[in-house]
Design a protein. Structure first.
Length: 180
């Protein structure tokens, strides 16, 4: 394949990824704003909090590879305090393999916006199920994390870096619901 075709494909993939990111964040902000508008004056937060999620949606930076974006599964997050959380779960990854994860989140940065709580930090944890890395065995990885939470619904947003011949980079969004 010539360089022009590869360049055009990468450029088209980047454009689709940018459009997806804008649309997804707009929809998420609208949904969370509606949730926040329904909430009464925010009482002092209580911990622990338990959040459940249906997996992860990832928009890959190189869409020409035919990777799976809808990474359905099940996960749980326990917020121990405003800065600390534990997460664990399972999902069908972008390579169509079963993955598991267990992470610790440290989110030292906090903001309030339109009745929503925003936090940023890093998640460090173990992951498995990626055939191009350690033949699918467990590995340790850090990921930047942005958290957006309303009273009942929220999202974790992360950027997964591209690592040649191992991982295909993506913007990952994990929608979650507070159950306790």
């Amino acid at each position: 394949m010539d360089k022009t075709t590869n360049h055009q494909r990468r450029r088209a993939g980047a454009t689709r990824a940018a459009l997806f990111c804008g649309r997804a964040l707009s929809a998420l902000c609208c949904a969370l704003s509606a949730s926040a508008a329904q909430a009464e004056a925010k009482a002092e937060e209580s911990f622990p909090q338990v959040w459940l999620n249906p997996g992860i949606y990832s928009q890959h930076f190189d869409s020409s590879k035919g990777l799976r974006n809808n990474n359905i599964g099940f996960g749980a997050e326990v917020r121990l305090s405003a800065d600390h959380a534990l997460m664990a779960g399972t999902f069908i990854n972008s390579n169509r393999q079963r993955s598991h994860y267990a992470t610790y989140q440290w989110r030292p940065l906090h903001w309030q916006w339109a009745g929503l709580e925003l936090g940023a930090g890093v998640a460090v944890g173990g992951f498995d199920g990626y055939p191009n890395y350690r033949n699918g065995a467990w590995f340790l990885a850090p990921l930047p994390m942005l958290m957006i939470e309303g009273k009942t619904f929220g999202a974790n947003i992360s950027v997964i870096p591209t690592v040649a011949n191992r991982f295909d980079g993506a913007l990952a969004i994990q929608v979650k619901m507070r159950v306790w």
